[in-house]
Design a protein around this ligand. Structure first.
Ligand SMILES: Cc1ncc(C[n+]2csc(CCOP(=O)(O)OP(=O)(O)O)c2C)c(N)n1
Ligand SMILES: [Mg+2]
Length: 448
């Protein structure tokens, strides 16, 4: 075999094989430099070691009592295998944000998103597990992974340079998720004790119940969680949802149930504002036959989203399914940062930097010939979504929502959450500050 016969994946594996060999002192730098043959030999060595590494991985997963799986977008082609591993090991599955659409939230053991924007059951899954399997994820916030040394861990990634970066993993399998898990599955034993799995499923069920409850808390005028909750209730099975970076990213991460063929995306690694509407346009061009919804803050609309409505109005005729709904979270605030300042700095809202000019997004959309609905009453949310999702052209929802609904991190206790929400809704700034002090302490512990 010569280098030209290798496909891209084999070359990547060879590169990783050489790298691992160097780190492991199995190869020395002089013997590999400028010598393609050594690269090939390292690649072959990598393949020979595979069976042994798979057995080691299986040993780790078979010996654990409380297995957690973390998946990212790299697990997209391996959903059936992840499900089988989860069933055999009795694991729960948490999802990095860009992998939110990889597995259905209708599976009772899928704990949803992970991280600061994540769910409480994902937080608890990682906190309490004794074994961790990471598949196709480069999720960077190790504060939300098990405490170092507490869990034995296996990682599967197609790119060896990502392996062991976020957690001290004991077994590292370089390969694509689908074929690596397929090779691993026959080595796994089914765990008879299902108590851990039952606990996860109960946590997940309780969580969705509490999400529904929180979305229905009355607000002034509309509770932003309810915007996503109502969408989630009526989302078509083939819907594509994009989210901008702002407070609505929290509601996308937590309140939207992915199911069926639904897809979702956002600026997951950079977290830049302004991605929501352009991503929706990209989705329409990539999948012209599918409906698309963009969840976008008013700050992002002012940044570039309004200009991109012109793009939508211009190209709508090219899309077989004309539905493309831009939902504006109209709170006249750069709200996510307002809350970060409150939580991290204990600082009250700094009006000069945080308040946005009040813009009539519905009127702007109408000026482009797009149907637009302004919502100021939470009870009209459902019918506004119904209309927009049935429209025969792109539409804009301009929803007046409350800037005082806090994006609560997943590790806040239920009591803290309840009293903080009540305090803030009562306009009790002092009580809110005290509760935020408690959460700030917790956040300081968790954030880098
Ligand atoms: C380009 C860019 N600028 C600034 C930020 C920091 N940032 C993150 S969220 C946010 C506020 C977003 O405001 P808005 O779009 O109105 O959404 P809201 O949080 O109010 O729902 C800011 C300024 C960012 N992530 N990207
Ligand atoms: Mg805003």
């Amino acid at each position: 075999m010569v280098a030209a016969d290798l496909d891209e994946r084999q070359i990547r594996e060879a590169r990783v094989g050489v790298l691992l060999g160097l780190l492991d002192n199995r190869l020395d730098i002089w013997s590999t430099r400028d010598r393609g043959g050594d690269v090939l030999r390292a690649y072959e060595g990598c393949r020979r070691g595979e069976a042994r590494e798979l057995r080691r991985a299986a040993e780790v997963l078979n010996s654990g009592d409380k297995v957690a799986i973390l998946i990212g977008q790299g697990a997209r082609d391996a959903v059936a295998q992840v499900r089988q591993v989860a069933d055999l090991t009795g694991a729960g599955v948490a999802k990095a944000l860009l992998g939110k659409d990889v597995m259905s939230d209708d599976l009772p053991y899928v704990t949803g998103s992970i991280g600061l924007l994540g769910t409480r059951p994902s937080y608890e899954l990682m906190r309490d597990c004794d074994t961790l399997l990471i598949v196709g994820s480069n999720f960077p916030y190790s504060q939300f992974l098990p405490e170092y040394g507490k869990a034995r861990a296996v990682q599967i990634d197609v790119d060896g340079t990502r392996i062991g970066m976020r957690y001290p993993t004991e077994v590292n399998l370089v390969g694509d998720a689908h074929s690596t898990l397929r090779a691993l599955l026959p080595l796994l034993r089914r765990k008879d004790n299902r108590r851990w799995r039952e606990k996860i499923e109960k946590n997940v069920a309780d969580w969705w119940h509490s999400m529904q409850h929180q979305a229905m808390v009355s607000a002034d005028p509309v509770n932003p969680m309810r915007i996503v909750h109502e969408l989630s209730e009526r989302a078509p099975d083939d819907l594509i949802v994009t989210a901008d970076s702002g407070s609505s990213t929290n509601w996308y991460a937590r309140n939207l149930r992915m199911r069926g063929q639904m897809r979702g995306s956002l600026s997951g690694t950079l977290a830049t504002m302004g991605a929501g509407v352009p991503y929706a346009i990209g989705a329409k061009f990539a999948h012209p036959g599918r409906p698309v919804v963009a969840l976008v803050g008013d700050g992002a609309m002012q940044m570039n989203g309004m200009a991109e409505l012109i793009t939508i109005a211009r190209y709508q005729g090219l899309w077989a399914d004309p539905r493309c709904v831009v939902c504006v979270f109209h709170n006249n605030d750069l709200n996510q940062v307002t809350w970060e300042l409150r939580a991290m700095g204990g600082a009250p809202k700094f009006e000069e930097s945080q308040v946005l000019p009040d813009v009539n997004y519905a009127a702007f959309a109408a000026s482009l010939g797009l149907p637009a609905i302004t919502v100021t009453d939470p009870d009209e949310l459902g019918s506004a979504w119904d209309q927009a999702l049935k429209a025969d052209m792109p539409a804009v929802l301009d929803i007046r929502c409350d800037a005082e609904i806090p994006p609560i991190p997943p590790h806040a206790t239920a009591d803290q959450v309840r009293s903080m929400t009540e305090a803030i809704l009562k306009g009790d700034a002092e009580a809110a500050r005290i509760i935020w002090d408690a959460i700030r302490t917790k956040l300081a512990e968790l954030l880098p």
